[in-house]
Ligand binder design. Sequence first.
Ligand code: ZN
Length: 510
Amino acid sequence: MAFYVTTPIYYVNAAPHLGHAYTALGADVLARHMRQRGEDVFFLTGTDEHGEPVALAAEREGITPQALVDRNAPRFQALMPRLNVSNDFFVRTSDPEHKRRVQEVLGRIRENGHVYKGKYEGWYCPRCADFKTDAEQGPDHTCPIHLIELIREEEENYFFALSAFQDDLERLYAERPDFVLPRHRFNEARAFIAGGLQDVSLSRANLTWGVTVPWDPAHVFYVWFDALLNYYTALGYAREGDDLTDRFWPATYHLIGKDILKFHTVFWPAMLMAAGLPLPKHVFVHGFLLMRDASGDEHKMSKSLGNVLDPFQVIDEFGTDALRYYCLREVSFGHDGAVSTAGFAARYEGELANELGNLITRTLAMVVRYRDGDVPAAQPDPVLAAELDPLAVEVARLLDGAELSAALDTAWLGVRRLNRYVEERAPWVLAKDAALSEELDVVLASLVEGLRVMSVLLHPWLPETSGRVLGALGAPELDLTGARLQAGRVAHVERLSPPFPKADAVPARR
Ligand SMILES: [Zn+2]
């Protein structure tokens, strides 16, 4: 089956920070897991390059907007391999093919009678590139996200007749309780719709940096409409000579942060309806990673607020897997949660080094020490198998609902079970008595198989570590059907250096 997952496209003016990495990591976990299930996967990310903030920033620097985005977009492109993120394409909204398709789809929406010309007056945040309704404003006409004063703007615009989709959107939410996940975000979106929809600006008249409105070239499309369409347009040109639209549209999961909920859960489905296109299956709304500052207050992770836990620094010192693991384990995906350097250190030492790292190194070391690295051909312990084998089904069930943290917690139960198994069976005691040799064979075979199964299960979160362990086992297969204890899957093992060395023992890797 086709599985199509997207991140929001990142606004190219910003420098990449942990907030950007977070959504990309979440989408990567889903993409990797679905590949393990043999699904036909497409994973899209990219950059949002139009709009007033880019034009203003370029003007300040005395360069063209295109030069500015050509300089900044590669920072986000480079972020993906550094996070070990396996996206299949990187869309840029200044791509000529994207622009052509935006004009085509929005032209169709106009032909279908959902566009008209009118005058707009409202409170505008240039950083959000969005007009704010009264309910969306902070005190004294400020932006609650950027904490800046809103600007009163009035202009002649083309409008998208969003209000005409009131009934259709209400019906969508009544019929598809999993259209928006998790549930509290579904309720938030539905409440916004129930509050009554107003028509929205589709174009800007005083801007030139954007996608030109084909029926009135004095206008460019409002950046949000252009940006949202990336999910659809990219499939048309991601593979030269091969239009992937029929194969992957509609998207299975749009992953987004809660700050852009309205656009993805209200505007976007209405636009698709207006264009006569199928709707995505799910929009999953994750929360924010919050950093505690010295005063104990929590803030959204953002460079502009000056409280960044730098993902590059974590990667340089501890590796990509440690960052991936920490972000998705510490904060339940779908909720806000606090991250901190102290929290990172505790998870790294307590779980990655002491639980998983220790399981890996001592299992391999015992097989080398007691059996010269040859894995006994014994059947794995059926009691252990009965506990570990169901984990794959449970992980798959949770990831079907994009419950990334709950799925990781479930997989981790297997790591802890295997460590308890080592303590219970004490192979170092069995090894002292030749009469217990067959028992030791079963224990070693069970541990090696358990380690293999855990490496397959944990691959989406810890792809580097998983690959190293499966390499040491000579069993690189990642398919999820293989994630159950079997006899004879691994013949011989090699030792590994500790995959999560203690921070003070190993200086920066690069
Ligand atoms: Zn704002």
